[in-house]
Design a protein around this ligand. Sequence first.
Ligand code: PMP
Length: 426
Amino acid sequence: MAAAAATTPHSLLLQRAATPAAPPRAAIAASSLSLSARAARISCAAVAAPSPAAAAAADEAERGVYNFAAGPATLPLSVLKRAQAELVDYHGSGMSIMEMSHRGKEFDAAIKKAEADLRALLAVPDTHAVLFLQGGATTQFAAVPLNLCAGPTDPADFVVSGSWSDKSFKEAKKFSAASVAWSGKDGKYTALPPFDAIKQNPEARFLHICSNETIHGVEFKDYPEPRNKSGILVADMSSNFCSKPVDVSRFGVIYAGAQKNVGPSGVTIAIVRKDLIGAAQPVTPVMLDFKTHADNASLYNTPPCFAIYICGLVFEDLLAQGGLAEVEKKNAHKAGILYDTVDASSGYYICPVDKSVRSHMNVPFTLAKGPDFEKQFIAEADKESMVQLKGHRSVGGVRASIYNAMPLAGVEKLVAFMKDFQARNP
Ligand code: PMP
């Protein structure tokens, strides 16, 4: 079957997919400044072994854009190409991974490898289960109190450091006696508390944090100790999952929508301490009960097969890069040059977030010249093939999301553009 497949129309499809119908956008839209910078990089690559920067420039030329979206977000080109190559005939089966049983040997191998690679990346201890779920991180806002609290009068503590933790707190109030242990609202969500300022209730079932606020750009660099009796810390890690090493043993539950750092939308990953599984409130829907998924190796019902498969490819790619310690160094460097540019702009660009908690994933900033110039900045950047830089509709301004898959060359190009824009519009 596989041999036949290689000569039948889907091989044509693959060829067609590899041949862009139109010239890449960057080739049309890039300014002479950025074109010559890219040409310089590319001509260097012609005489020496391709450097990572040259490889990234070549990627841009092929893709046409640097995508600064907050999520769904850019994925590694190598992963997309591998998925493309495997799409129509997965491992000689004559079927795509989207078309086969989630209980067949091919998908079984894919999900097991994805879990093993994620465990290796984050050094997930045996005390914790890895679950591939659906419903987005938003569904976990309800699932967490349903699984960890005995009922709606059981207390739970929330650090509200931005829009996402505010949403998780509000949802948790339906299924627990959730209360705010600290709020950054008065400071417009630009800071995090000293940990001893978090008013923890010793009777709380858990302490919940959002490790990286995607909209406000506030990121925990360390984690508070839970003071509740069972020592349960819960983190929504949606927007910095797998961006750096994390000591998983410190958490009762970590959850993350995949669509920022590790895959497409459609799968949500939860890492749950095993002793917390099996005590869900009786009203908990079967799909929200961690036990359902832990007992069935995430195959209780039909899982989001394609999304899990892509996550598996991303995990392989992160391991090949040397693991999360290496990935963290790259992310710190990318974020560093962007914040340095903001800080060296003499107030032209403003990032309101306290320096000690600035996110390495989502960099929000405004222009002192006001919203009209922000619009112009975003439109001109778009013409230069740097897309999806608009800040979240609730806060405005500019937001550059620079997840794992954003190449350094993309951030370098943005920084060069920022300096050029400032020089042209003093
Ligand atoms: N938490 C955080 C930190 C997020 O950034 C998002 C999505 N942007 C969510 C939760 C909600 O995730 P989902 O859309 O997967 O429900």
